[in-house]
Design a protein. Structure first.
Length: 518
């Protein structure tokens, strides 16, 4: 009988294992969901967003916390419209207003919340602080500093800033950024100037800014993409030609991976000019990203009828990724939100008629559904918390896994996961199920066992996914949520935030005794 019992168990296990290969028993975790493959990006907040974005206390600027609720709302709506890349202006003078004193809060929130919704951030680095430029004036706020478009006196200061950025957001830090754009429209004096410039003084200056930044990024984040700063559709082609003609210490032909261009009219002709300049120097294989795309003079109706053709036009010119400028409607053209000026007024981000036009172009697919959280309950029995949720069926694309986030902080009584305690990626091919194990009495009991691919789990009716926190959680109140992610990197809707409380563990104490006897 015992032999037959074991044989039955062995036969059961053989059938079970034939359904799926044996893999590691724990769910894979990390911060690396599939890289999104979308070509659709957007400049969500504009050049001076840190200055104009609503804050809890508006004056003086940067003195109050940024409105996380509004930041989350805008980014969430943009993601629902199909935006998968965010071009984020990073003013050096706002990040390091005084030498060695860094202000990260705004960038941390914008980059993390974008990541929450499957939007990758591409920072644009520009505008030195007063202390780094010649004749800089202390006490003048960055936005009013008339010298911010001048290069730093000491390029080592520039290198230190770039290094700080990459170490914080690159693979050594938060691991949320893998593409960096060096300056914005360096071909125009409002963005890059030099004193007593009677000709092309900004050409070697930009060449040095680019080459030094590239050296730092490649040392700190191998594999990261470096963009030649967005070239305007005014002087861009001529400026690119002059920079690429530089030789010796100012040669930058190996200092960038992608050329960033801007186009608002005559798109095909202007993009072809950039492509011709690259071919002149044997760089015709370098990708183009249009990091400011719109159409001057378009109405909402024009956009509805012409958007698909515009994207096809720039794609035919070799543009691999396009960033719409701007998310709000402006004189540059239609945006997915109605105008919000002055932007520092606490107005909601209301969708414009262009929202559905853009969404039909960029998000013509179905997302996976929101998972249902199951565990932990109100009070877990241990500080080594295990999370459990229901598996979901995929949308248009196959399911890749899940994003699990845990936070402890509230903003206006709501968790926004702007700095989550846990931000885990749980791969869909490492989902756990419950097999049977033989107990010492010959019966069967359940236990978490080997993993199975998601399609096998769903086919067999195994409906729950589990993930154990990598370390015990300290006593306190926690909020958590979960979202499914498809193989294209699209993040589905999050489950409503759940709350649980980790209590102090019970302790036992020995009775008191005297030192000299009982």
């Amino acid at each position: 009988m015992r032999f037959c019992h074991k044989a039955r168990i062995a036969l059961f296990l053989m059938i079970l294992l034939s359904l799926s290969p044996i893999v590691a028993p724990a769910a894979q975790a990390g911060r690396t969901p599939p890289e999104n493959r979308s070509a659709y990006g957007m400049d969500l907040f504009g050049l001076g967003w840190q200055w104009v974005f609503p804050r809890v206390e508006a004056y003086p600027r940067l003195s109050g916390s940024i409105r996380l609720d509004m930041l989350d709302d805008a980014i969430h709506q943009a993601a629902d419209a199909g935006v998968r890349w965010s071009r984020l202006s990073v003013w050096w003078c706002m990040v390091e207003p005084e030498r060695g004193q860094f202000f990260w809060d705004d960038l941390d929130a914008a980059i993390q919340i974008s990541h929450n919704y499957g939007i990758a951030t591409m920072p644009v680095l520009l505008y030195p602080p007063y202390w780094a430029v010649k004749n800089g004036v202390a006490g003048v706020e960055c936005v009013n500093n008339m010298r911010k478009n001048y290069p730093p006196q000491d390029m080592a200061d520039w290198e230190n800033f770039v290094r700080a950025m990459v170490r914080r957001y690159g693979p050594q830090g938060k691991n949320l950024v893998n593409a960096w754009e060096i300056w914005n429209e360096p071909d125009l004096p409002e963005f890059l100037s030099v004193d007593n410039d009677w000709g092309n003084g900004t050409v070697p200056v930009y060449a040095e800014l680019l080459s030094r930044a590239a050296a730092v990024i490649r040392a700190e984040a191998p594999g990261a993409k470096i963009l030649f700063g967005g070239l305007s559709d005014i002087n861009g082609p001529a400026f690119l030609d002059k920079v690429l003609s530089q030789t010796g210490p100012y040669s930058v032909r190996n200092s960038f991976d992608i050329v960033s261009v801007h186009a608002y009219s005559q798109h095909a002709w202007k993009l072809s000019q950039i492509r011709n300049v690259l071919a002149k120097y044997g760089l015709g294989d370098r990708p183009l990203w249009d990091t400011e795309l719109n159409y001057l003079g378009w109405s909402y109706g024009d956009a509805e009828t012409g958007l698909a053709g515009l994207f096809q036009l720039v794609t035919d010119q070799g543009v691999q990724r396009s960033f719409w400028y701007l998310s709000t409607t402006s004189h540059w053209g239609p945006g997915i939100f109605h105008p919000r000026w002055p932007e520092w007024d606490p107005l909601p981000f209301v969708q414009s008629p262009f929202y559905e036009t853009y969404r039909a172009q960029a998000a013509a697919f179905a997302l996976p559904a929101a998972p249902t959280p199951l565990l932990p309950g109100a009070t877990p029995k241990t500080q080594q918390v295990t999370f459990e949720w229901s598996a979901v069926a995929p949308g248009t694309y196959p399911l890749a896994g899940y994003k699990l986030q845990v936070d402890t902080r509230l903003f206006m009584d709501q968790p926004y996961f702007a700095d989550p305690l846990i931000d885990a990626w749980v791969s869909g091919d490492r989902l756990t199920f419950v097999p049977f194990l033989v107990s010492s009495g010959g019966g069967m009991r359940s236990a978490v066992g080997v993993a199975a691919p998601a399609d096998v789990r769903l086919r067999q009716g195994w409906e729950n996914v589990t993930y154990q926190a990598p370390a015990p959680l300290s006593p306190g109140r926690y909020y958590w949520r979960i979202a499914a992610v498809d193989v294209q990197g699209n993040v589905g809707p999050y489950s409503p935030p759940q709350t649980f409380q980790v209590r102090f563990p019970y302790s036992s104490f020995l009775p008191l005794t005297t030192l000299n006897g009982p």
